[in-house]
Design a protein around this ligand. Structure first.
Ligand SMILES: Nc1ncnc2c1ncn2[C@@H]1O[C@H](COP(=O)(O)OP(=O)(O)OP(=O)(O)O)[C@@H](O)[C@H]1O
Length: 250
């Protein structure tokens, strides 16, 4: 029996104000893979994440996660802003979800400590976030995301504010630690998408039902100069550009 897709959108439509964001959008994302969502500003990438997270209801159509309504809690989230609470230690920030749910326990504390070690910040567990660099803060945010232990992880440009080397290190760390999960990565960076993903989905800002998906058959993560990345880059670029030209012409 084939497994239901980790995320499936069937004929999903969404209008916000006067703006038709999606018109019968259909998209299927297989489990235990990284899927990147690319598209020009305003194409609806964040709206798509909100729909998948169940934070926004579609006007019509259906969104499922492993065959069930996607709002049934199987999703963790990591954003561009780390969202660390400045008055909590890094260890307590990692356990924030559990604290908010009233689930404080020695076992949770131990698990948070182990995750902080996995992201390479064991010596900083008791420190406050203010003493960390941007890259270190995103490592804590990654540990907090992992703490939620959900099969689907939504990532909204989590690496975009980091310098190139820190970004590369964190991309590889995140890929390693999230390897068994289904990841939806919103990014503006076609190379990041091609290095990390098994599928790249390019959303159109002009045509609300238009999406172009490229499936990548070699194993990720791929090196920056990987032949496969170089081979597919013009295709992704072409789709971004041609979908953008429709915006310019509109
Ligand atoms: N609550 C809202 N009411 C009306 N329009 C909205 C609302 N939220 C988003 N929009 C519009 O929906 C469109 C898609 O927004 P969204 O934030 O998903 O784009 P995006 O692709 O994530 O953009 P960016 O890359 O700039 O983050 C935009 O034109 C935005 O102005």
């Amino acid at each position: 029996m084939t497994q239901a897709p980790a995320i499936e959108l069937q004929a999903v439509s969404l209008t916000l104000g006067e703006h038709c964001i999606f018109d019968r959008l259909t998209l299927s994302m297989e489990s235990a893979q990284w899927h990147s969502i690319l598209g020009r500003s305003g194409a609806g990438k964040s709206c798509l994440l909100r729909l998948v997270a169940g934070l926004q209801q579609p006007d019509s159509g259906c969104i499922t996660s492993f065959g069930k309504p996607s709002a049934s809690r199987q999703i963790a989230y990591m954003a561009q802003e780390d969202g660390l609470l400045p008055w909590l230690s890094n260890l307590d920030n990692v356990q924030l979800g559990a604290r908010l749910r009233g689930e404080r326990s020695p076992a949770n504390r131990q698990r948070a400590q182990a995750l902080i070690e996995q992201v390479g910040l064991a010596d900083w567990a008791d420190a406050l976030p203010a003493v960390l660099s941007g890259g270190m803060r995103q490592r804590i945010a990654l540990a907090r995301t992992l703490f939620e232990d959900q099969p689907v992880v939504l990532m909204d440009e989590p690496f975009s504010r980091l310098d190139a080397i820190t970004r590369d290190e964190l991309q590889l760390l995140a890929f390693d630690l999230l390897s068994k999960r289904t990841v939806l990565l919103v990014t503006h960076d076609p190379i990041e998408a091609l290095r990390l993903s098994q599928a790249v989905h390019v959303l159109s800002a002009a045509s609300p039902s238009s999406i172009h998906s490229i499936r990548l058959s070699t194993a990720a993560p791929r090196a920056m100069d990987d032949a496969y990345v170089m081979q597919h880059l013009p295709t992704v670029w072409h789709h971004l550009q041609s979908l953008s030209r429709q915006v310019d012409a509109a």
